[in-house]
Ligand binder design. Structure first.
Ligand code: F6P
Length: 341
């Protein structure tokens, strides 16, 4: 069998572990041939690829990023490219395509699968917001990076008696904010799922200072929004894909809290540091299992599906289900965050 693998969308620690696992299972155990398309769907559309053998994946398990490169392709470009992708797959004798990606990639995978491409998806995202899998690899690493940053920021906040507002990734969902905030004992956690009341946040931080505490840490997901019309400072811009990003919610909050509390406040935007570097052991294991199961699914002809973690088991779920809704932080999980000011 000939398998084509690609990584698409924002990168994520663990991508290389999947690629390595696919090659190990396919080449060593099944005697398959594996090729890797460069820079995501673009590589498939432009027939830009290289052969992946054991040497090609040597030493990559612990490496962040993706050896294949990644890119984002506009949905319209893909819609127009279905026939082209099909003909490249046929010409190259590829029997299965394994795209590794997040929400956008899995949507594209579904489109191409409906168009006749033999696809086995593998989900990834540091945001952990893909609904049909309990966890995506990359999340554990991102939470670890954010938690370490929060621990460090506490000591400088205390020295200067400041409020530090730490913006973590999470365009649509607050999983990284919730988990890192809980792990580091943040004093307030703001997530996109629950528009925040700035007056309440300011009151709570103010009460902490009144009680004699020297600093406060607020963790905010980049997609968190204030209740409409409650804040003086403007939110940021929208990118070419219509995503609100680098909205500057931390900057906005710092300005508001300084104004309202008369305390120094500093925004810290963690950004892509959460996506870079070596994956945790947990993420390496999950990524490796996903790769192994994707190859098995390809051999069964189990196309149009993707790998998912349910409890401790890896199962296959239809791509159609995977992209229907995002996994948001449920109210009861948010209520457990235990923020004590
Ligand atoms: O989808 C994962 C994510 O990390 C989001 O949380 C973030 O908004 C986005 O990627 C930013 O990605 P990029 O800068 O690569 O477009």
């Amino acid at each position: 069998m000939r398998i084509g693998v690609l990584t698409s969308g924002g990168d994520c620690p663990g991508l290389n572990a999947v690629i390595r696992s696919v090659v190990h299972r396919a080449v060593v155990d099944h005697g398959d041939e594996v090729i890797g398309f460069h820079d995501g769907w673009k590589g498939l559309l432009e027939c830009d690829y290289r052969k992946l053998d054991l040497d090609a994946v040597g030493g990559i398990l612990a490496r962040g990023g993706t050896i294949l490169g990644s890119s984002r392709v506009q949905p319209a470009q893909l819609r127009d490219g279905v026939a082209q992708a099909l003909s490249h797959v046929e010409d190259l004798g590829v029997d299965a395509v394994i795209p590794i990606g997040g929400e956008g990639t899995l949507k594209a995978a579904r489109l191409l699968s409906d168009g006749g491409l033999p696809i086995v998806g593998v989900p990834k995202t540091i945001d952990n917001d893909i609904s049909v899998t309990d966890v995506t690899f990359g999340f554990d690493t991102a939470v670890g990076v954010a938690t370490e940053a929060l621990d460090r920021l506490k000591t400088t906040a205390e020295s200067h008696q400041r409020v530090l507002i730490v913006e973590v990734m999470g365009r649509h969902t607050g999983w990284i904010a919730l988990h890192s905030g809980m792990a580091a004992g943040a004093h307030a956690i703001l997530v996109p799922e629950r528009p925040f009341d700035i007056t309440e946040v300011a009151e709570r931080v103010g009460e902490r200072f009144s009680a004699g505490k020297k600093f406060a840490i607020v963790v905010v997901a980049e997609g968190a929004k204030p209740q409409p019309g409650t804040m003086k400072y403007e939110q940021g811009s929208t990118d070419a894909y219509g995503h609100e990003r680098f909205s500057g919610v931390a900057r906005q909050l710092a300005l508001e809290l300084e104004d309202r509390l008369g305390k120094e406040a500093r925004p810290v935007i963690l950004g892509h540091v959460q996506r870079g570097g070596t994956p945790t052991a947990y993420d390496r294991v999950l990524a490796t299992r996903f790769g192994w199961h994707a190859v098995e699914a390809a051999h069964r002809g189990d196309f149009g599906n993707m790998t998912a973690l349910r409890g401790t088991e890896i199962v296959m779920v239809p791509l159609a289900e995977a992209v229907d809704t995002l996994k948001t932080v449920p109210a009861e999980r948010y209520d457990e965050c235990g923020c004590v000011l």
